[in-house]
Design a protein. Structure first.
Length: 269
């Protein structure tokens, strides 16, 4: 599968200002169609338009103004490079003059005319079906290495199971994911632990640390702070819902974030 999710979101019009949420790291990248209102990601202010997202290596804060409307697509790890052929070092507004290959601004213009979230999903889904899969999005060797790491194989063991050397695997990860295999493994471990803690809010943290391969509870807490900008004790059942690049939580009583995630993502790729 190439796509994690296709999504649409809006912030209810209000006088109480913007809302800020956390985006957890997922080692993936994506595209945001910022339809109405400026927004800020990791302190980078972004106007309306097509925004290309960097690979998510650490949690980042997103700030959405009152009345904001946006939609987007979230790629699985390594797929974003297969689509764009490059990495972005920060959230970047794509100039229309550089939109040569994928006609993203045509899609942007179509989305701006649509008010229904379901229409956004259908429009982006059509774009993905037209443009993804035209070339090899991810090398087979990298795909196998990523699957082995996801199955909790150690990085050194992955090289033993592969026809590639450890150095070759590291170069593949750096080229396609913009990170090392070890950092990718750290992100996966944190995501799995977060998901488990959401389902088991009363779990013993020392046992959770052991279950997911941390050396001890203190190590798990350090990794949570480094990768997710939070701690295991702050994870709650409401902290990770289906979201764009994992847009966290609900807004306060004066503002509401509406989000609809595409459940047909498995059909793409």
């Amino acid at each position: 599968m190439f796509v994690q999710a296709i999504w649409s979101a809006s912030v209810q019009q209000s006088e109480s200002g913007s809302i800020a949420k956390w985006l957890y790291s997922d080692a993936g990248s994506g595209i945001i169609f910022n339809l109405v209102g400026g927004l800020s990601i990791a302190g980078v202010p972004l106007p309306e338009g097509v925004i290309m997202l960097p690979v998510s290596k650490q949690a980042a804060n997103i700030s959405l103004p009152s009345g904001a409307r946006l939609a987007g697509i979230r790629f699985h790890p390594a797929i974003g490079y297969g689509v764009t052929g490059q990495h972005y070092d920060k959230p970047t507004l794509l100039p229309p003059s550089e939109d040569h290959q994928f006609n993203l601004y045509n899609t942007f213009a179509e989305l701006r005319q649509q008010l229904r979230p379901q229409s956004h999903l259908e429009t982006i889904h059509r774009w993905a079906e037209q443009h993804l899969g035209k070339s090899q999005m991810i090398p087979d060797a990298l795909d196998r290495a990523m699957q082995q790491i996801e199955q909790q194989e150690m990085v050194g063991r992955v090289a033993e199971l592969s026809t590639l050397s450890l150095r070759q695997i590291e170069r593949l990860f750096q080229h396609r994911l913009d990170m090392t295999p070890k950092h990718y493994q750290r992100i996966l471990r944190i995501r799995k632990a977060i998901h488990y803690l959401q389902q088991h809010s009363k779990a013993n943290l020392a046992e959770v640390a052991q279950q997911f391969g941390f050396s001890d509870q203190a190590h798990m807490t350090r990794e949570f702070r480094a990768i997710a900008s939070t701690t295991p004790t702050k994870i709650s059942p409401s902290s990770l819902r289906p979201q764009p690049s994992e847009l966290q939580g609900e807004a306060d009583s004066n503002q509401r974030t509406d989000l609809l995630a595409d459940q047909r993502r498995s059909k793409i790729g």
